[in-house]
Write a protein that binds this ligand. Structure first.
Ligand code: PMV
Length: 349
């Protein structure tokens, strides 16, 4: 357990952060131990879909109150209390404080978009900021590393949301500072990826039928697990090269291969499950046909759900917009699309 001096009775303050969601290009699917990944993953940090969280703290005895979008929410509060318990070794001072936490999401309600990455990273940024305000010292890289580590204990993918643009989480032999405990920023990425678009086509806004916690657990009995973890490390190696070279086509191919692998792993788990919808497959066919016809660099990835993340560089956005209007929007639930893109990471407010 980290050693901290006892806090004084007049300790109080308030911190606020907004933190984004992220979309993995190399997927984290399978974990071990205390939320450690079976393979390294790499994601784009998004900008539109984010959570805003504020934490008011006073000297106290570990009481936590939580309001989500202005209303008390016991289910979320209990999740946060469990999360605080999990990080007690890293932040023991939290049990000497009373916390009043308020949170809201900027992405639409029930859009089928997972909020754990933005929610847990926003909370981790707030807790690290409290540590910095009360004890000092936590600056720059050390701050982000600790925020990533804390966020990981809330939700693995949240570890990647603390960095601008891109993040790599998990040990990889080619990246000397990579680590299973926290994410880092990959270096030397070509500028074309810094304003990449990710339009999220909401094929279904229904809550997903299998949680990612259950999905990770099913990897333990999956006969392809070992080969999958090796494949992910190999694909990450290739991805880093094409991201350095600005090779969008190679990047897009890996993104699509990873999406299909993720869903194939779900389909061959025991019990098997399918999170794609018929319109997910129709959209995939149309994206591939459009690319074949036009040569335009427009690719997709999928999260653990039916929604399509359409990936393309800013320079072709007009052309892609026409394609969306003509062929994809009709496949979306109530025509819903979240227009997102790579962003600057968490912001203090
Ligand atoms: O962070 P979790 O436990 O919700 O897992 C996320 C898993 C995927 O979103 C499917 C892939 C990823 O790397 O984000």
């Amino acid at each position: 357990m980290a050693a901290y001096p006892k806090i004084s009775e007049n300790t109080s303050g308030k911190v606020s952060w907004q933190s984004p969601s992220n979309i993995a290009i190399i997927k984290y699917w399978g974990k071990y131990g205390n939320q450690l990944p079976q393979n390294a993953s790499l994601s784009l940090t998004l900008s539109e879909a984010h959570t805003k969280t504020s934490v008011a703290y006073t000297y106290g005895e570990g009481n936590v109150s939580f309001r989500f979008e202005g209303k008390e929410n016991d289910a979320f509060r209990n999740k946060i209390v469990r999360f605080i318990d999990k990080i007690m070794d890293d932040m023991p001072f939290l049990q000497e404080m009373d916390l009043v936490i308020e949170s809201e999401n900027t992405f639409p309600h029930s859009s089928g978009i997972a909020s754990s990455a933005s929610a847990m990273s926003a909370l981790a940024m707030c807790f690290c900021d409290i540590e910095k305000a009360v004890f000092g010292k936590l600056e720059g890289d050390a701050f982000l590393k600790k925020a990533s580590h804390i966020a990981r204990l809330g939700s693995g993918s949240a570890s990647r949301s603390v960095y601008p643009h891109f993040a790599l989480w998990g040990k990889h032999v080619d990246v000397s500072n990579s680590d299973n405990h926290y994410a880092i920023m990959p270096s030397d990425v070509h500028p074309i990826f810094k304003d990449f678009h990710d339009d999220i086509l909401i094929i279904s806004a229904a809550e997903k039928s299998v949680s990612s916690t259950a999905g990770h657990a099913l990897m333990e009995g999956n006969p392809f697990a070992t080969a999958r973890y090796e494949q992910a490390q190999n694909r990450l190696r290739q991805l880093l090269i094409c991201m350095q070279e600005g090779d969008i086509h190679a990047f897009g191919k890996i993104a699509e291969d990873e999406a299909m692998t993720l869903h194939a792993l779900m389909m061959c788990s025991d019990p098997s499950y399918v999170l794609m919808k018929p319109d997910t497959l129709t959209a995939i066919e149309r994206i591939r046909a459009f690319r074949e016809r036009t040569g335009s660099p427009c690719y997709f990835t999928l999260d653990a759900g039916p929604n399509i993340h359409l990936l393309y560089p800013h320079e072709v956005s007009e052309e892609i917009n026409t394609f969306i209007e003509e062929e994809l929007i009709e496949l979306c639930d109530n025509g819903r699309i979240i227009r997102d893109r790579v962003g600057p990471g968490p912001q203090k407010s």
